[in-house]
Design a protein around this ligand. Structure first.
Ligand SMILES: [Zn+2]
Length: 409
C-alpha cells in the first residue's frame, strides 16, 4: 500500500503549476520579442545607409517620387540602392527614409517654388513668397484704368521642387520676365463701363401699284437712335477680349426710313409702249388681242420659214384673249391643228380674225362682241409646243401680216 503524504502531493502539484506558468511566460515573452522585429528594406544613398522603408514596393515609390520632385527628372537613380533586412519596428518607425532626404543627398539640388502654367513648368523662385510677389506684380501691371483682376487665363499651379539652379536658368525668375510674358501666365482683368452707342433704323417699304417698278421715293428719312450701354469689359494681358453687356437704356428711339416703290411691271409697260395703233381709212381699227403681262413675247412672225399664217404671242396659260375689233363670232370650237379656236367676222364685211390654241373658249358661235371682250384664254391645244396665242388676220379669206393691225412694228 502506497501511503501518500497529503503535504507532498500538494507540493508536487504546486511545482507542476509553477513549471507550466514559467513555460507560458517564457513563450509569451519570446513571441513578444520576435513580433517587435519586422522585415524591412534598408535604403542606401551612394553606399551609405540612410534609413529604412517597409518594402521594395515602397522603395520604388520613393525613388519615383524623388525623381518627380527634381526639375527635368535630373536624378541619378544608381545612387540609390536597397537591401532586405530585419529591424526593430521602433527603428523602422524612427529612421524612415523620406523623399526630401533622398533628394538632398543625391545631388546639387536646392528647394525652389516652381510655377506650372497649364502643366508646363515656366518659372521658379527661391521661395513661395518671392513667387507670390512676382505673380502679384504681374497682376498689378494689368490692373490699370480701373480694371480689376478677374482670374488667370491658364491653370496656374505652384509646386515645391528640387533643382540644380544652373539647370533652370532658362525659366522666368523676375517680375520683369513675368511681365514680358516669359512665364506664360495670362491675366484677365475686367472693368465696368458705360458708353453710348447708336441704334440703326429700319426701312419700311410700301408699294404703289400705279407706279412702275423703277420708281422709288424716300418719304421719310431714317434717323439713328442712341442707347446707353452698361458693360463689363474683359482684357487678356491688356488686349480687349470680351464685352459682356449688363444692360442697355434707350436714350433716343430711331426713326424708321420710309420708302415708296412702284409695283407695276416695266416689262409689260415696255411691251405696251411698242403698240402704236394708227388708224388708216383702208384698215379696220384693232386693239392688241392679248392681255399684256410681264411674260408676253413674240415667238413667231407672219410668213416665217414655214409659211406661217399668223403671229405667235407666247404668254402663260389662262392669259385673256381679247376680240381685236367689234364683230360676230362665226366659229368657236376645235379645229384641226388650231386646237380650241375662235373666228370673228368684223363689220367691214371682209376682215376676219382668228385666235387659236386656247385652253378655254369664252364665246359661242353667233355672239355679237365688242373690241376688248374676252373670247378665250391662252393654252396649248392643237399643234402647239407651248402656251401661246396664234393670231391671224384674213382679208377676203386671205391671211395677211397682222403685225401692223395690232399696232406692232
Ligand atoms: Zn402660229
Amino acid at each position: 500500500m502506497i501511503r501518500i503524504n497529503k503535504r507532498k502531493l500538494l507540493k508536487l502539484l504546486k511545482s507542476r503549476i509553477f513549471a507550466v506558468a514559467v513555460a507560458a511566460i517564457v513563450s509569451i515573452a519570446c513571441g513578444l520579442y520576435i513580433s517587435s522585429y519586422s522585415g524591412a528594406v534598408e535604403v542606401f544613398i551612394n553606399g551609405e545607409s540612410t534609413g529604412y522603408v517597409k518594402s521594395e514596393v515602397e522603395f520604388n515609390e520613393l525613388k519615383s517620387a524623388a525623381k518627380d520632385m527634381i526639375y527635368n527628372n535630373d536624378f541619378d537613380e544608381s545612387a540609390l540602392t536597397c537591401k532586405g533586412v530585419y529591424v526593430k519596428k521602433s527603428v523602422l518607425k524612427a529612421d524612415k527614409t523620406d523623399t526630401a532626404e533622398i533628394v538632398a543627398v543625391t545631388g546639387d539640388y536646392e528647394q525652389v517654388t516652381a510655377l506650372f502654367v497649364d502643366d508646363k513648368l515656366t518659372a521658379f523662385a527661391k521661395t513661395e513668397a518671392e513667387m507670390d510677389s512676382m505673380l502679384s506684380d504681374l497682376v498689378k501691371h494689368y490692373e490699370v484704368e480701373g480694371r480689376k483682376f478677374k482670374a488667370y487665363a491658364n491653370n496656374v499651379e505652384k509646386k515645391t521642387i528640387y533643382a540644380n539652379l544652373n539647370s533652370i536658368d532658362s525659366l522666368a525668375k523676375t517680375s520683369e520676365e513675368f511681365i514680358e510674358g516669359k512665364a506664360g501666365v495670362g491675366i484677365l482683368v475686367t472693368t465696368y463701363t458705360e458708353y453710348e452707342e447708336s441704334i440703326a433704323f429700319k426701312t419700311e417699304t410700301s408699294y404703289d401699284s400705279s407706279k412702275y417698278d423703277s420708281y422709288s421715293v424716300t418719304t421719310q428719312n431714317g434717323v439713328k437712335g442712341v442707347k446707353k450701354v452698361f458693360a463689363n469689359i474683359t482684357y487678356l494681358n491688356g488686349e480687349k477680349q470680351e464685352t459682356e453687356i449688363v444692360k442697355t437704356e434707350v436714350l433716343k428711339q430711331p426713326v424708321n426710313k420710309k420708302v415708296t416703290k412702284g409695283s407695276k411691271s416695266s416689262a409689260a409697260q415696255s411691251f405696251k409702249d411698242k403698240i402704236n395703233i394708227v388708224p388708216s381709212p383702208d384698215r379696220l381699227l384693232m386693239i392688241f388681242p392679248l392681255e399684256i403681262t410681264n411674260n408676253i413675247r413674240i415667238t413667231s412672225y407672219w410668213g416665217d420659214g414655214r409659211n406661217h399664217k399668223g403671229m405667235d404671242l407666247a404668254s402663260p396659260k389662262g392669259t385673256k384673249i381679247y376680240a381685236a375689233a367689234d364683230g360676230k363670232v362665226i366659229f368657236s370650237g376645235t379645229k384641226s391643228g388650231y386646237g380650241k379656236c375662235v373666228i370673228i367676222e368684223h363689220y367691214d364685211g371682209k376682215t376676219k380674225t382668228l385666235y387659236a390654241h386656247a385652253s378655254a373658249l369664252k364665246v359661242n358661235q353667233g355672239d355679237k362682241i365688242k373690241a376688248g371682250d374676252v373670247v378665250a384664254l391662252v393654252g396649248s391645244t392643237g399643234r402647239s409646243t407651248g402656251n401661246h396665242l396664234h393670231f391671224e388676220v384674213r382679208i377676203s379669206d386671205t391671211p395677211v401680216n397682222p403685225i401692223k393691225y395690232i399696232g406692232l412694228q
